[in-house]
Design a protein around this ligand. Structure first.
Ligand code: NAI
Ligand code: OAA
Length: 358
């Protein structure tokens, strides 16, 4: 108990210097100007966004890219380690968003209060030889705690959940919100954008196109065979040989593992994930602003299949998910893939639901 009190005191002392990180602007030979007297108070129009896990491999580049987003007025960076440094660093960027840092559980509520959008890349990443489900034991508890904070402090926020295994962490978040009486399924989105980003890239490579001109719907979930690219629905319309279909499906499904193996123990995708997370968060913010026609793939509460959660194309609006599109016509290869995906997804979803039931 004494040890944990000491740690808490130390966290409180560090935290006192966090907001803003360069708390006292007094430099040698300068006046007594302090940050409180400065005008950057985060009151400008725009959205308030929190990143939970902001000091991590995804969190840092994600924080940098969100600081560059003109729709963001206030950016809260929360982690259990290293937020003072990350916040100090990012807060020097001459873009509009005001940045504040929050360190440790004691500051979670301050980090979340008033937020419009909460992005969660908190949790451990894979090492070679692991599946995403191997992360469940650690990440499930992290996601539960963070979502309890969201229920309490910003129950109307849109949540972008990145922490793996997404197929289970999204059901965990839903159960936490249900328990707290704050669940709005439209506002809880599992981030599967990296699968779409990879699919666009790999398909463009095969077709000899610019990836920016390619749009591949990826449905199902976010692990192995649950990642189901619908190559029959690629835009611009095109066709693939059986060999190309099998190569592309396998590469998209194993894209995460490709990076985990290349990083050889130093983590999983962080930079491409930060890019994908920002692409997705930016779509959510445009929709919150009222822009029409914002359509992305995400893992959400769904009736597209018999499963309670499923990733598919959704239309985003001011209230989060406003329409979920049906899967459309599938070819035989995709129908077989869908059955495999649903089988694995059912177990992962159930595992998440029963974790909170415990
Ligand atoms: N949805 C997707 O497509 C993808 C998901 N991921 C997942 O994202 C997660 C994070 O990956 P990385 O950033 O590479 O890991 P990382 O280990 O580099 O960073 C995770 C951060 O979370 C923080 N953290 C741990 N417990 C926390 C808590 N209770 N509250 C707040 N922060 C906490 C850590 O201190 C660390 O800074 C992993 O679970 C990974 O599998 C990774 C890539 C793609
Ligand atoms: O593979 C992992 O563990 C991280 C991830 O979800 C991805 O890169 O798609």
């Amino acid at each position: 108990m004494q040890a944990s009190a000491d740690v808490n005191q130390r966290i409180a002392r560090i935290a006192a210097h966090l907001n803003p990180p360069t708390n006292n602007l007094q430099m040698e030979g300068s006046s007594n100007l302090r940050w409180e007297n400065c005008r950057a108070k985060g009151g400008s129009p725009g959205f308030k966004v929190a990143i939970l896990g902001a000091a991590g491999g995804i969190g840092q580049p994600l924080a940098m890219l969100m600081k560059m987003n003109p729709l963001v007025s206030l950016l809260h960076l929360y982690d259990v380690v290293n937020t003072p440094g990350v916040t100090a660093d990012i807060s020097h960027m001459d873009t509009g968003a005001v940045v504040r840092g929050f360190l440790g559980q004691q500051q979670l509520e301050d980090a979340l209060t008033g937020m419009d959008l909460v992005i969660i890349p908190a949790g451990v990443p894979r090492k070679p030889g692991m599946t995403r489900d191997d992360l469940f034991n650690i990440n499930a508890g992290i996601v539960r705690t963070l979502c309890e904070g969201i229920s309490k402090c910003c129950p109307k926020a849109t949540v972008n959940l990145i922490s793996n295994p997404v197929n289970s962490t999204v059901p965990i978040a839903a159960e936490v919100f249900k328990k707290a009486g704050t669940y709005d399924p439209r506002r809880l989105l599992g981030v599967t954008m990296l699968d779409v980003v990879r699919a666009n890239t790999f398909v463009a490579e095969v077709l000899g196109l610019d990836p920016r001109d390619v749009d591949v719907p990826v449905v199902g979930g976010h692990a192995g065979v649950t990642i189901l690219p619908l190559l029959s629905q690629v835009k611009p319309p095109c066709s693939f040989t059986q060999e190309e279909t099998e190569y592309l499906t396998s590469r998209i499904q194993n894209g995460g593992t490709e990076v985990v193996e290349a990083k050889a123990g130093a983590g999983s995708a962080t930079l491409s994930m930060a890019y994908a997370a920002v692409k997705f968060a930016d779509a959510c913010l445009h929709a919150l602003r009222g822009d029409a026609g914002v359509i992305e793939c995400a893992f959400v509460s769904s009736q597209v299949t018999e499963l309670p959660f499923f990733a598919s194309r959704v239309r985003l609006g001011r209230n989060g998910v406003e329409e979920i599109y049906p899967l459309g016509p599938l070819n035989e290869y995709e129908r077989v893939g869908l059955e495999k995906a649903k089988k694995e997804l059912a177990g992962s979803i159930e595992k998440g639901i029963s974790f909170v039931g415990k």
